[in-house]
Design a protein around this ligand. Structure first.
Ligand SMILES: CC(C)(COP(=O)(O)OP(=O)(O)OC[C@H]1O[C@@H](n2cnc3c(N)ncnc32)[C@H](O)[C@@H]1OP(=O)(O)O)[C@@H](O)C(=O)NCCC(=O)NCCS
Length: 175
């Protein structure tokens, strides 16, 4: 059934009805991932891809991916390390691997909407499977600044990866 425009904007899992080829965020790696790898990785349970539809049920305005991850003990800043015992399995985390907004939809709050949606999903999942942090992979310095705007901090031992404590995520999503 074709979705009515009144159902928009909304988030939904990436599916064959979405026009992946039309998506362009200006970062070839993120465009290429959506076109060629995202559906396959969803099928294999490697990561979920959620798309944002704003004014057309097939046109992808933005997307994010989520999967389970693990932080090694030594990756955390020293002050935080003290708060976590040395769990043999490392510290459970949620990876927001990719987040991008199509260039035609930039600067209108959709990046923030995608980020909050990913954080809310991460937080809800912790009721079933515990996770102490959300980690993001920033593709470049500009992407890092976007995440820092929301309180993420760089993992000292892993440049390009930033983290936010799930306690902070909880406060953000519960308002
Ligand atoms: C980064 C990106 C997702 C932002 O999307 P957007 O829709 O333009 O952002 P929004 O309009 O929702 O902006 C929300 C807030 O973030 C701020 N912001 C946006 N991009 C920013 C950046 N690069 N650095 C710092 N702050 C940024 C905005 O100023 C705004 O702040 P305000 O609410 O205080 O005014 C988008 O530019 C993008 O897809 N870039 C290419 C891919 C990328 O870098 N992805 C990031 C992870 S790999």
């Amino acid at each position: 059934m074709t979705a009515r425009r009144t159902d928009l904007p909304r988030f939904e899992p990436l599916g064959p009805q979405h026009d992946r080829a039309a998506f362009s965020c200006g970062v070839p790696e993120l465009d290429g991932y959506l076109r060629t790898l995202a559906a396959q990785q969803s099928r294999k349970q490697i990561s979920t891809t959620t798309v944002l539809l704003v004014d057309d049920a097939a046109r992808i305005a933005g997307y994010h991916t989520l999967s389970s991850a693990r932080l090694d003990f030594g990756e955390l800043p020293p002050a935080l390390m003290k708060r976590y015992p040395r769990y043999a399995e490392g510290i459970p985390a949620t990876l927001l691997g990719r987040l991008a907004v199509d260039t035609g939809y930039r600067g209108k709050g959709w990046g923030e909407a995608l980020l909050l949606n990913a954080l809310e999903r991460s937080y809800l999942a912790t009721r079933v499977v515990a996770s102490a942090f959300v980690i993001v992979r920033a593709i470049d310095a500009d992407a890092s600044r976007f995440y820092e705007h929301y309180g993420f901090r760089e993992l000292p031992a892993s440049p390009g990866r930033l983290f936010l404590a799930m306690k902070t995520v909880e406060a953000l999503v519960r308002g």
